[in-house]
Design a protein around this ligand. Structure first.
Ligand code: CTP
Ligand code: CA
Length: 220
């Protein structure tokens, strides 16, 4: 029996994951957000848990239930997400950033509902949100960091550039139009050795393959 014992690929590892969109207020009744169901991030959380990890899922607003055995921390804005991630990072061996973080927020959130005034749209001023993955990857002793990139074109080019810019060992690319809102996905892994496409799979099956790859790469 002992001879057949196979430890789970992430047994005892602590994995921190971001998922879903962020939601940035404009006024009390309006937000700026991204297209993201949260399905891929939640599937990775489930797969990591199945693989024996202790999983914390920092999630923007989604319609999904937390996978069994996963600790979920709910956030709204990118800045909330950064705070929750930075609180979790000291206890994480692996960080997987799947969230579709809003790149901008409105500079001055109106305390009152903006009203239509004779056809003139409001002039909103935007400021850039913090880069959560970039911030974590730049820490002195970062966890093993995995990024995602959803692109509409030139996937290899953007993914390779993004991986270098964010200084992460592994970046997972996909084409937005092939994956958003769907139950299946086509992932391409980018690392030091180049590009590794996965087959078209359900998001859960793809998440299990990705978790196996992360387990192999993240060391112990
Ligand atoms: N990300 C993040 N914080 C942000 C923006 C992105 O943590 N403020 C993470 C995402 O979760 C993803 C990776 O960085 O893992 C790439 O996100 P993406 O939006 O593709 O990259 P950007 O650097 O924002 O570039 P752009 O949107 O201009 O393509
Ligand atoms: Ca972005």
């Amino acid at each position: 029996l002992i001879a057949h014992f196979q430890p789970k690929v992430l047994a005892g590892r602590r994995v921190l994951i971001t998922a879903g969109p962020t939601s940035e207020p404009i006024d009390p009744v309006r937000v700026l957000t991204n297209v993201s169901s949260g399905k891929m991030g939640y599937a990775i959380a489930r797969a990591a848990r199945e693989a024996g990890a202790e999983v914390t899922l920092v999630s923007g607003p989604t319609a999904l239930a937390a996978p069994r055995g996963v600790r979920r921390v709910d956030v709204m804005t990118a800045r909330d997400m950064l705070d929750a991630v930075m609180a979790g990072v000291p206890d994480a061996d692996i960080f997987v950033a799947v969230a579709a973080v809003a790149d901008w927020r409105v500079k001055e959130v109106s305390a009152r509902k903006l009203k239509k005034t004779d056809g003139a749209p409001p002039a909103l001023e935007f400021v850039q949100n913090p880069d959560i993955l970039g911030t974590v990857a730049a820490l002195p002793r970062p966890p093993y960091c995995v990024g995602f990139a959803a692109e509409t074109e030139d996937l290899a080019c953007h993914a390779t550039e993004k991986r270098a810019r964010k200084r992460v060992p592994l970046l997972v690319g996909n084409l937005a139009q092939e994956v958003l809102g769907r139950d299946d996905t086509t992932l391409v892994l980018y690392d030091d050795a180049g590009e590794h496409p996965l087959a078209r799979l359900s998001k859960l099956a793809a998440a299990r393959q990705l978790v196996a790859e992360i387990g192999r790469r993240a060391g112990s």
